[in-house]
Design a protein around this ligand. Structure first.
Ligand code: NAD
Length: 381
């Protein structure tokens, strides 16, 4: 099987899909690997490291994917890149599929067999392939490091001959994968940490990291079968905002990670709540994306300072700030996926839809959108 790894073309993307160590593993498994020239340049990996691992170096995108059976990418391909794919090719990448119906349909019409990294089921067996988790975890760490850098206070309590400094207070909104890593990082750095999530089941995990779980009664919230938060009603959001306003007001740092799978993120921190915060405090809106964010005033991929001196950070590629580690993790997610479905005799990826991981992740096949979840979403249900 010939596997092609083109360069990432999304603006300001330093992460890469595959590192040389994993190229070596693929070659040992019997695959032929072609990488586009300069594929690892953004994280300091030279083409020679890929050739040493057994890959060949292709020219541009078209030359790299020419004759490939499978293409490995990190970001959603654009329409021109999809147009360059040949019928029957397997394409593996993120897709942001709920918001990219035209691109997913283009893949289907082009008869591409599309594996969507976001739709790998969040099961125990698939944990090692779960790119949403690997990237979110690094993002949670990066958000806190960034907040610490922007804050004009330190995080830990310090007792010095010149006086005692009280610890900074961090409030983490949403305690999923990113939020829990943010809590752990802020705790390690010495902050006093509080967290809130609409899924009460996470309270124990928050407490086990040494943070305080904030209790706000917003009625029945529950979670989906997949363990995701359900969308709140406007009344519930209002109750949450009321319960959070006081905590926001005294927090030095807020890291907001609240997302609802397949939908726009809820706007939780209002202008009024930001106005109640002290000058110099920092909010990192980790839900910031082209689909909105958790914080009023967030500007995508910008840092702004409000009239009352609150710093709001809206970067949507926080894993990119630790690009080498993020690439290592993503590459490992891809490898674990490929190894799970590798047919050792035929030396190719088996698209075994009897396996629930493949059934979830294979979103287009034989000219159609095959994911039930996407079919429903595209039909507006
Ligand atoms: P996510 O990125 O969709 O959401 C982040 C967090 O925001 C979630 O914890 C969610 O409950 C929370 N949230 C949503 N609306 C909110 C609101 N209004 N206020 C406060 N918080 C709000 O979720 P995620 O981090 O990708 O993971 C979701 C769940 O899936 C987690 O419970 C995680 O443990 C689970 N998971 C399981 C596996 C596995 O078993 N293999 C792997 C990864 C994740």
């Amino acid at each position: 099987m010939k596997i092609a790894v083109p360069r990432e073309t999304k603006a300001d993307e330093p992460r890469i899909p595959l590192i040389p160590g994993d190229v070596g593993k693929l070659v040992k498994m019997g695959a032929e690997v072609v990488v586009e020239a300069g594929v690892g340049a953004t994280v300091g990996l030279a083409d020679s490291e890929y050739t040493d691992a057994g890959a060949t170096v292709g020219g541009d995108y078209a030359a790299t994917i020419q004759g490939a059976d499978m293409v490995l990418r990190l970001n959603t391909p654009n329409a021109d890149e999809i147009a360059g794919l040949t019928a029957g090719m397997i394409h593996v990448s993120h897709l942001d599929p709920f918001f990219n119906q035209p691109l997913v349909e283009q893949m289907a019409h082009g008869n591409v067999k599309t594996i969507c990294m976001e739709l790998i089921p969040r099961t125990t067996l698939a944990q090692k392939m779960d790119a949403l988790s690997s990237q979110a975890s690094l993002a949670g760490y990066a958000a806190v490091v960034l907040a610490a850098d922007r804050l004009s206070k330190g995080f830990p309590m310090m007792m010095t001959p010149a006086g005692t400094l009280s610890p900074s207070r961090a409030f983490i909104v949403g305690a999923g994968v990113a939020g829990l890593q943010a809590i752990a990082t802020a705790k390690r750095m010495g902050a006093r940490v509080e967290a809130f999530d609409t899924r009460p089941v996470v309270a124990e995990q928050v407490q086990s990291l040494g943070a305080k779980f904030v209790k706000i009664d917003i009625g029945d919230t529950g979670q989906t079968e997949g363990g995701y938060a359900k969308q709140l009603t406007p009344e519930q959001i209002a109750m949450q905002q009321k319960g959070m306003a006081k905590i926001c007001a005294y927090s030095d740092v807020i890291v907001s990670t609240a997302k609802v799978f397949g939908r726009k993120p809820p706007l939780i921190i209002t202008e009024e709540m930001v106005a109640g915060m002290s000058a110099g405090s920092v909010i990192v809106d980790m839900a910031a994306s082209e689909h909105g964010g958790n914080v009023a005033g967030t500007k995508l991929n910008e840092e702004i300072v409000t009239d009352n001196g609150v710093h709001i950070v809206g970067y949507d590629n926080l894993p990119g700030t630790v690009a080498l580690h993020a690439s290592q993790m993503y590459s490992s997610n891809l490898m674990n996926f490929i190894q799970h479905f590798w047919d050792e005799e035929a030396k190719e990826l088996k698209l075994d839809t009897e396996d629930e991981i493949m059934a979830g992740a294979l979103v287009t096949n034989d000219g159609a959108v095959t994911s039930e979840m996407l079919q429903k979403a595209y039909a507006g249900n």
